[in-house]
Design a protein around this ligand. Sequence first.
Ligand SMILES: Cc1ncc(COP(=O)(O)O)c(C=O)c1O
Length: 490
Amino acid sequence: MLDTPNRVAVDAPSLSDAGANMTPTHRPDLLTVADAKAMSLGQMTDLFKDHINPGQLHFMKLLGFHKVKIETASGMYYTDQNGRKILDFFGGFGSLALGHNHPRIIKARKDFQDEDRHEIAIAFMSQYASALAKNLAAIAPGDLDMVFLGSSGSEAMEAAIKVAERAAGPKRPKIVYAANSFHGKTKGVLSLTDSELYRGEFQLTGNTVKVPFGDIDAIRAAFETDPKIGVIVLETIQGGGGIVEAPVAFWQQLRGLCDKHDVLWIADEVQCGMGRSGHFFAFEKAGVVPDVTALAKSLGAGKCAMAAMIASRKVYMKAYGTPKTAMIHAQATFGGIGEACVTAIEGLNVIYDEDLIGNAAQVGSYLIERLNELKDKYPQIIKDVRGSGFMVGLEFQDFSQTLPALLRPMVALLDDKLKGSLSGFVGAELLRDHDVLVAFTEYNRNVIRLEPPLICGREHVDAFITALDAVLGRGIVRIVRDFIGSQAKK
Ligand SMILES: Cc1ncc(COP(=O)(O)O)c(C=O)c1O
């Protein structure tokens, strides 16, 4: 029998009776949202040091980032505590395809809140998760139709590896991955992320085979000699490796080899996907389709955490297609959460409505053209310009041996991470003197990564090039001397 409100009132002690005998819970010294917004740069630095990552502050100081408190952000710009507008050519490592606070995204989110929509989608099915999954299946080529929603690139890549491992079967547990790869830092994908730093001294899984990126002969040799290989995982454009691409023919041959040896290909598009390369998925340039792919970063439209693993129906059904296997990797608590799905749905629509993929292709080519002009002007400083769309790498010459003997010991005093690399010095000076933000590269310290929002126009490219020209025009010795001088003043 269901309790009526009356029965509950008679049988159970009321909340206020129970509360009368209890001491009130001690309220810790909590900051409010208003406190957070009003926090000074000094307080923020102290709290970062005390509660987030004291060691990281050291790098921020080297680069001058510790002097900036961002107050607002809009389109291509951040605005700091002094009202300074900072041009964003970093783009959150590819997380800001739509720029900061796109008005359509803000509206979709506000509407969703005003309508009292629900968020958690574990008990019931979700119309928002269903619509997002349908959109991703409509965009993804071939039979990439089955979608798992999560909240980070690492989570999407974990899901990709799990679905592929199950579909490949227990007799083929080995996974091929590339040198200089980055697929995330969670415990599973760490074994496929080729970084001594991130691997630390963690125990890795032993079922991996490393090949050079873009080396089809090495992959062929691995497939032919080791029948236990069931999966290969590759970023379509390596981001952390320093914006490294493989030619179209590589991907076509890879598809052929995977088909021949029945190996599943996972394309990690967490950074290069969502239109950044001038195609929605970078692999589309080669006209081939992987078995599994992953998106994150810009899928959250710059406002929330959203990630997706997309598998071919065949692979998905083999892994989880029966009632017995369906729950093995069903969504986590925040997978397919309402407002994040709505944000991603709107974001995908904006990408097509505003032709941001076409813009990335066209204005991205213009950026590369302008950078090549600077390369011709400063051949002793710029070694290479490369990339596609708005995924561009600018590689500097290694100057550690050419620097005047007097400056070498000073540079050596600077942190290991910046030693011998002009990108740190140039990036710091772009921010300090020209209000421009660029990204550094984990594995190749000589490379600056340029991943502006896909809304970036030619005028933004021109402003960036003018700033870079002004910094490089000082020459290597002055850039380094200025940087050392600014460190001494701290
Ligand atoms: C190619 C690639 N894969 C996976 C990841 C991991 O994504 P997240 O940081 O959201 O876990 C990243 C993040 O930079 C990435 O660039």
